[in-house]
Ligand binder design. Sequence first.
Ligand code: THU
Length: 137
Amino acid sequence: MKEIERLIERAKQVRANAHAPYSGFLVGVAIKALINGKEETHLGVNVENCSYGLTVCAERNAVASAVASGMKMGGLEMVVIVAESDHDTTPCGACRQVLLEFAAPEAKIVIYNEKNCSYRLFSLLDLIPEPFLARNL
Ligand code: THU
């Protein structure tokens, strides 16, 4: 099985654990990261709260898991996002910026839609052109 298909399966599986009782919109994410010279997979789901603004997206939860395991800037190689919608679910603006903080130059963003069981591939610069980066500081 290709790496991308393996990550899609992991993201589909974890999506079932999303805590989204308010929106009913379940998102699952699987990321591939190079951590201390080893490839690791980390997972995330969206976690909503009855105080709606405290919701954290699946992408940021997956990144937090990888960082806790030791991911550094440049370690993020692939991000697979699975949702189900008439319109493909690309990450929100906040998540794009957080993904960029850790992304390798060639990082791939895979948007998989359970509605039509197909995916589209992006680079982060497709999604966030002219970004604000650490080098700007
Ligand atoms: N959501 C994500 O987790 N990731 C995305 O890429 C888009 C939106 C979540 C946040 C909220 O729990 C629900 O989807 C509806 O916005």
